[in-house]
Design a protein around this ligand. Structure first.
Ligand code: SAM
Ligand code: SF4
Ligand code: SF4
Length: 336
């Protein structure tokens, strides 16, 4: 079945992002602002979220349709109880070539060894500033910088490859762009700068708050000259650079200034089992009902096939002319 599966823009299905929880121990202003995600917020119940068995069954069907790479995300995925058990189940699926985790890092000292033992090879840790005060302002005062750096060290010590993600917001943390580059060059971890995006409805995004990758490259080049590096593979999301002396690597994810929808091979499933074919979707396809109403695995595969085959998403390419009025699903819910 997977050989023919292409969406309406001829894109195959290759990557799956799996949100294992919609909860988070941070309240980053650009993702889950505290005033909207307060103590009365209705997070998903245990019953609503997919079990590890349900997720494993689903992933098998996605793999049968062409998925090769998995990324575990959330919310904060390390809040999901017994996550290493899920990782063990997923890495055992034949056809899964790569599995990675995106995390805010603070729980890594507790879980890194177990994750590595379960087969996790790579983690991406999000960190937006090396300045404690600014970082606390950005994450809703939930963590200082050192707790994240301890998580990074724990992941590296457990033998996992570590990449760093930094979301850059003009007027908020642009002064951290160069210090972050210097620090992680020395630490020898790849740092990726992410343009601030208009995900969800709660962060009040404005184009003026976006610092483009080009502007970031220029800022860093003034201190440490950069040279572009060829992509690792077709459709790689980050454009990569090395420092001119051959050391280090950094990447840029330019979802706003240089949309990459034409090569987007990524699907997402939320913790409650909705399938989304775009980060900016306003609706998902309910796979949980199929999982729980006695549908066969072939029925489920067929449903995923049909959703992907009908896909026309190219939100970022259309952003400037977009007239979408339907509310978008929050990134913490869908999985970032
Ligand atoms: N909690 C984990 C974390 O922060 O790494 C995983 C989930 S988080 C939604 C995944 C990634 O999305 C993080 O690197 C985060 O910085 C990024 N992100 C969240 N909101 C964003 C936005 N508005 N624009 C760009 N990136 C965003
Ligand atoms: Fe939590 Fe990650 Fe969103 Fe920050 S970006 S609020 S750490 S889910
Ligand atoms: Fe893929 Fe949607 Fe992002 Fe375009 S906007 S790259 S289709 S997730």
């Amino acid at each position: 079945m997977e050989d023919q599966l292409r969406d309406q823009l001829n894109r195959p299905l290759r990557d799956l992002r799996i949100s294992v929880t919609d909860r988070c121990n941070f309240r980053c202003r650009y993702c889950m602002p505290a005033e909207l995600f307060g103590k009365d917020y209705a997070f998903l119940s245990q019953e609503q979220i997919l079990s590890f068995e349900e997720l494993t069954l689903l992933v098998r069907e996605f793999v049968a349709l062409g998925v090769k790479k998995l990324r575990i995300t959330g919310g904060e995925p390390l809040l999901r109880k017994n996550l290493p058990d899920l990782i063990r189940q997923l890495t055992a699926i034949e056809g899964v070539e790569d599995i990675a985790l995106t995390t805010n890092g603070v729980l890594l000292p507790q879980y890194a060894t177990r994750l590595a033992e379960a087969g996790m090879k790579r983690v991406t840790v999000s960190l937006d500033s090396l300045d404690d005060e600014r970082f606390r302002q950005m994450n809703g005062n939930r963590s200082g910088v050192q707790a994240v750096l301890d998580g990074v060290d724990a992941a590296a010590a457990a033998g996992m490859q570590v990449k760093m993600n930094m979301v850059v917001q003009k007027g908020v943390n642009d002064q951290d762009v160069v210090p972050m580059a210097v620090y992680f060059r020395e630490k020898n971890h790849i740092l990726r700068y992410i343009e601030y995006m208009d995900v969800g409805n709660s962060n009040g995004w404005r184009l003026e708050q976006v610092l483009s990758s080009k502007q970031i490259v220029d800022m860093i080049s003034e201190h440490m000259p950069l040279v572009p590096v060829a992509a690792n593979y077709k459709g790689e999301v980050a454009s990569r650079y090395r420092y001119a002396d051959g050391s280090g690597e950094i990447g840029f994810i330019s979802s706003v200034s240089e949309a990459f929808c034409s090569s987007c091979t990524r699907a997402r499933i939320s913790a409650e089992g909705k399938l989304y074919t775009c980060l900016f979707a306003s609706r998902g396809f309910d796979l949980r009902t199929l999982l729980r109403n006695g549908s066969t695995s072939l029925d489920i595969r067929r449903a995923i096939y049909d959703v992907w085959a009908a896909r026309t998403d190219r939100y970022s390419e259309e952003r400037a002319t977009n007239t979408q009025t339907a509310a978008k699903v929050e990134m913490s819910h869908m999985g970032g």
